[in-house]
Write a protein that binds this ligand. Sequence first.
Ligand SMILES: Cc1ncc(COP(=O)(O)O)c(C=O)c1O
Length: 401
Amino acid sequence: MTSSTTRRNCSSFWDAVGREHEVCALRLEVSGRSWPTIRYRGSVGAVPFLLASSITTVAKKPQSALLSVVAIVSLGSTLDATRCTCSQEINQTMVTDHDIELAQHRITGHVRRTPTMSTAAGELGVGHDLTLKLECLQHTGSFKPRGAFNLALASEIPRSGLIAASGGNHGVAVAYVARQLGHHAEIFVPAISPKIKVDRIAALGAELHIGGTVYAEAQAACDIRQSETGALTLHPYDAVETVAGQATCGRELQAQHPEIDTVVVAVGGGGLAAGFAAAYRDSVKLVTVEPETSRCLGAAFDAGEPVDVTVSGVAADSLGASRIGQMPWSLLSIHTDVSVSVSDDAITAARKAAFVELQIVLEPGGAAALAALMSGTYTPEPGERVAVILCGANADPGDLV
Ligand SMILES: Cc1ncc(COP(=O)(O)O)c(C=O)c1O
């Protein structure tokens, strides 16, 4: 039998007796060669023979009947394995339904329930009906207050207040949270942060530090300052409460449109997409979208683990994380069904179309998911009911007219 393992995302693989199974990327390590983590989609009883015969540890998801398997499989040149040992257990309960419920309870009254709107096939040049989740209308112009409020309200806030690094939107959100809750905030942004975001942070009364060229450098400066002041760090994406807060956006969409079977969402450090992964688990097809020039999730899938990437492009201030967050990765490596990247031109075209055809102002990062559909980078199947998360509006609208 020949190996039919694929590197990632849902695909097929054949077991030792030739049955085809749907899988999502299995980490197979065979004499020095390795592949990323496999998620086998099937019932426990249908575990392929080659794995069932040798798996030592499996993680069964509490939320579904699906079984996840992470294993190192010793193989010959074929897939009829003789030995299989568990290399790593994926902790799929890192953001639980309970975490999301707590987040919903904490942030109710602090964030808006954002509306949705529908577009018909043909609008925006997309040959498909779409449901748009207008999270660009959230307080501060992005989804970020969800996670920031949840993390702040879940914690004891010291006298030195809140501190955060951000490409811009998270900084605006933390400044807003601090003002609403009556705390001091220090925000570190890189020099690429657009003026509109920097001005908003300052207008909200936060202490602003501008330094470094990309988000990762601002985060390093923020970490040093935090060790001096003891302020509470609100991480933009790599914290359970941040992701649980972003997951409330997913819960809202579930309630507003239970029929949705595909969610298309942008990725920076991965907190927003991980929130959708936590909210939906495997009940939708999760399509993640990154700019071609800032693709830390795509690079992680290629490498089988988070790696550093260089970042640039029109959406670098919002989607320009140099490395996918560890916490988001633990969810996205399991729940991402399709991961695509879009060009700067496609992002710019999506922004313009949203403004001209729908009168919706989006920033580049907020338009990336729409760009994937408009550019045909992601083409839904006939009948697929697709939701697109429009997640940020903080850009100078001057270049839209
Ligand atoms: C508008 C917008 N969209 C998407 C993202 C990506 O979010 P995350 O870092 O949680 O992946 C950001 C992050 O700043 C953003 O500002």
